[in-house]
Design a protein around this ligand. Structure first.
Ligand code: PAF
Length: 301
């Protein structure tokens, strides 16, 4: 694995790989890696000849008062994990490399950012879309891999890619969970022992919601039950519980043959956790087949 901190160096490295006909997969992260990130690397390795992972805690996506300064970091451990899992290039720019001067161009994606985390964290997705667009321009990957835990982020990035004709295939990857169901997140380390125990309610209540849908309950009934179940935990403070269409993120009155998302955000003390379940409609299947003659991976949807 080669670790690179400079954009220039990364570009020249990738240019030579591209000239050799190699395909490039990008796994953008903010570090403090866990199995969720590793599953993205596994998928990237499956379909790309060269896997680039970026680790950059992007100041642009944190609002004042959020956890930018305290966001968990452990670069040595991250480097070891990335190397062991088969990352080829680890890109770890510092803030001055990514933002050498005050940025005057940002990306704003409308509609899909006005609800869920977009409503709770104004400006967050402008920061995400801007840095991801920068990473796409720097790396020029064939494919980029994102965890479905951040389902709204996936919807925002896909919208940006479609709207701006960015030549990259976005691959959403399934949520990876702890043995008791808690969705893996770098922020889980903030949880106290008691908060960690109670946080299991997120995945449990989402599981119950799926059962409720099978039993014919309406979105309103499911939402009420979710709120009741999550509120039964003394340390849980609900930010939102929403049932929307996916990826458009519009209100739905009933579960139909179209895709839906049940998304929750809940604070336990100072830690804000998100989780979701997506169902209905034609689920996108990421059947990847590596075309050896072209040396390009392709995805069928
Ligand atoms: O999901 C994350 O870790 C971040 O939002 C991302 C996509 C790396 C952009 O900073």
């Amino acid at each position: 694995m080669i670790t690179v901190t400079s954009i220039l160096k990364l570009r020249s490295l990738l240019t030579s790989y591209r000239q050799e006909g190699k395909t490039i997969g990008l796994v953008p992260t903010m570090g403090f890696l866990h199995e969720g990130h590793m599953s993205l690397v596994d998928e990237a390795r499956r379909v790309s000849s060269v896997v680039v992972m970026s680790i950059f805690v992007n100041p642009l996506q944190f609002a004042a008062g959020e956890d930018l300064e305290t966001y968990p970091r452990d670069l040595l451990r991250d480097e070891m994990m990335a190397r062991d899992r088969g990352v080829n290039i680890l890109f770890i720019p510092d803030v001055t490399e990514m933002y050498p001067s005050q940025i005057k161009t940002t990306i704003y994606v409308s509609k899909v950012t006005s609800q869920l985390c977009g409503a709770s964290r104004p400006g967050h997705f402008d920061g995400v879309a801007t840095v991801v667009s920068k990473l796409f321009h720097i790396v020029q990957p064939d494919t980029a891999f994102f965890g479905q835990k951040d389902a709204q982020q996936v919807a925002v990035i896909q919208q940006m890619v479609d709207d701006l004709n960015i030549p990259v295939k976005i691959v959403p990857c399934p949520i990876v969970r702890e043995a008791d169901g808690l969705a893996m997140s770098s922020r889980n380390v903030y949880l106290s022992e008691e908060e960690r125990k109670q946080a299991v309610i997120l995945s449990q209540s989402l599981y119950n919601a799926q059962q409720g849908i099978k039993d014919g309950q309406s979105p309103q009934q499911i939402r009420e039950r979710l709120i009741m179940e999550i509120s039964s935990q003394s340390l849980a403070n609900i930010d939102y519980v929403e049932i929307l269409s996916y990826p458009a993120l519009e209100i739905i009155e009933q579960f139909s043959s179209n895709r839906w998302i049940i998304a929750v955000a809940v604070r336990f003390g100072k830690t804000r956790l998100i989780d979701n379940v997506i169902g209905g409609g034609e689920e996108k299947t990421y059947v990847s087949h590596h075309d050896e003659s072209q040396n390009t991976p392709s995805y069928s949807y």
